[in-house]
Design a binder for this molecule. Structure first.
Ligand code: ME8
Length: 507
């Protein structure tokens, strides 16, 4: 049976321009989507923007715009980033779209009908940026426990969701679905949070208007997280498709997120879904955070790397490769331009790009642009081919475990074996000694290795892969023809220019 996957990014707030942190999650999802499509799976991959809430209303006001005009502009920046990063998403959802409002209202009505929503009054400490209330005890040094921001006291009439009714159901669910939360460390945190007790959750606001109105009581707007989480259903044709439990995409839904929003995805979201009689998604996958030059990225420090500038300077393939290679998925990583250039030159230019260029040029120069499959393979040849195959085979389970940096390590190892093979077999020397047969065999074996490595590298560097696979044609059985071009797919970056690169976002 055909395997199916439904892959989602968080939907990004439109209160700030996209930076490499956002680009990272989207790229991770794209690489995962492309890799799985390569394995023959049917993939639906969606992303979008989160546009409601007080924070966005405030940002719009500061910019002197209506929230709608403001959201239109910033959402467009996120949308335009996708082709720049070469992202293969199937849908882009905005929470201000009608189809989404229909989905959210429908969920609300379902939860209400099922008896999980009641009207009450809320007072507590409110973290405006994160749109979350906290009790006195939950505050850390009087500040938001999420990220230490200021909190203000607020009191409002509001609707509540009976989250407390789901404490045991959630714990049972985590127990019977051991891989629901990835990685394990986050799973443990969630379990102890839920065990410590769940209070009912305030799910409407009356202190601002920028949101989806509560059905039949438009004094209230729906809590932005309930609104936002529902995007995953909107993109799966809910409520038109009511039967999500028997829907193959929903059954195989994977939500990729940053570690700071695990609680919303692994506690609130499955509880909302259970209350609506919809099964929770298959997995919540949380990754770590990018720091910039060792510090938290922030506008005021001026250290926010701009993914558009990086792509303009070095190409999207290079950014995609770097982000996946440098950070061990789940852990935090540090973005510096020095490490970017070092990895770029070290692998993309000197190892992979150079190998492809060298072999293609040799076939062009010494073998009239084509080689025929060897009649027999020496022990060295067989070992080489087998080692490459083993390394590439291994990438499948690594990607399945979201070990993207280790997947790329295998690609690097395979490339380095090919570079060793060429240095050891010296096709140029074989040519000199007139051993043309052996020279052609060696080049054939190398071209085949390049094709295989490139196919497994394609999910990360699709532009380079398509260039290389256009230069190497193996459509005729047992014959490989090359089309030589002068420049490498990854020209070296001049390290002496490192201080001249302008990679920071300006505003
Ligand atoms: O939280 N390093 O939106 P958001 C790595 N709208 N990833 C980062 C990052 C960094 N420094 N900064 C941001 C929201 N991200 C909600 C989500 S989903 C129903 C609603 C990535 O614009 C990471 O994926 O604040 C994080 O979870 C996401 O951007 C947060 O984006």
């Amino acid at each position: 049976m055909e395997e199916i996957l439904y892959i989602t990014t968080p939907i990004y707030y439109v209160n700030a321009k996209p930076h490499i942190g956002h680009a990272y999650t989207t790229i991770v999802c794209d690489v995962f989507a492309r890799f799985n499509r390569m394995l023959g799976k049917r993939v639906k991959f969606v992303t979008g923007t989160d546009e409601h809430g007080k924070k966005i209303e405030q940002s719009a006001a500061r910019s002197g715009m209506t929230p709608q005009v403001f959201s239109d502009q910033v959402s467009q920046l996120f949308r335009e980033l996708l082709p720049i990063l070469n992202v293969s998403n199937d849908d882009f959802v905005r929470t201000t779209e009608n189809r989404h409002k229909v989905a959210v209202s429908h969920i609300w009505n379902t939860l209400h009908q099922n008896g999980y929503i009641y009207l009450g009054e809320y007072s507590g400490w409110y973290d405006i940026r994160n749109e979350a209330y906290f009790t006195e005890e939950e505050l850390v040094d009087g500040k938001s426990p999420l990220d230490g921001r200021e909190v203000v006291i607020m009191k409002e009439e509001c609707y509540f969701f009976k989250l407390s009714a789901f404490q045991n159901k959630l714990l049972e669910y985590y127990e019977s679905h051991k891989d629901f939360i990835f990685p394990e460390s986050k799973r443990n945190e969630v379990i102890s949070f839920v065990k410590s007790g769940l209070k009912d959750l305030a799910i409407s606001r009356t202190t601002f208007n920028w949101g989806i109105p509560v059905p039949h009581n438009d004094k209230h707007v729906i809590y932005v997280w309930m609104d936002a989480l529902a995007n995953y259903l909107t993109c799966n044709n809910y409520p038109e498709n009511q039967d999500q439990n028997n829907n193959e995409f929903w059954q195989n839904s994977l939500h990729f997120i940053g570690k700071e929003i695990v609680r919303f995805h692994a506690v609130y979201w499955p509880a909302f879904l259970m209350a609506a009689n919809i099964t929770p998604p298959r997995q919540i996958i949380a990754h770590g955070w990018w720091l910039s030059e060792g510090e938290k990225m922030s506008k005021s420090l001026g250290n926010v790397q701009d993914p558009v500038k990086l792509c303009n300077l070095f190409g999207s393939d290079a950014l995609r490769y770097f982000l996946l290679r440098e950070l061990s998925f789940g852990e935090d990583g540090n973005f510096t331009i020095e490490s970017f250039v070092t990895r770029y030159n070290g692998f993309l230019a000197n190892s992979y790009g150079n190998l492809c260029k060298r072999v293609i040029t040799l076939v062009d120069k010494y073998s009239n642009g084509f080689v025929i499959k060897p009649e027999k393979f020496s022990k060295t040849d067989k070992d080489f081919v087998q080692n490459i195959d083993l390394l590439l085979e291994k990438t499948i389970e690594l990607v399945e475990k979201y070990a993207f940096n280790r997947y790329l390590e295998k690609i690097e190892m395979a490339t380095s074996l090919a570079n060793q093979f060429i240095d050891q077999e010296k096709p140029w020397a074989l040519k000199e000694f007139n051993d043309i047969k052996r020279m052609q065999d060696v080049l054939y074996i190398l071209l085949e290795a390049i094709i295989k490595i490139t196919k497994f590298f394609d999910p990360v560097t699709p532009i380079a892969a398509s260039k290389i696979l256009h230069q190497i044609d193996n459509s005729v059985r047992d014959k490989i023809t090359v089309n030589s071009v002068d420049e490498s797919v990854f020209p070296r970056i001049d390290v002496t220019k490192i201080n001249e690169f302008d990679v920071y976002a300006k505003d």
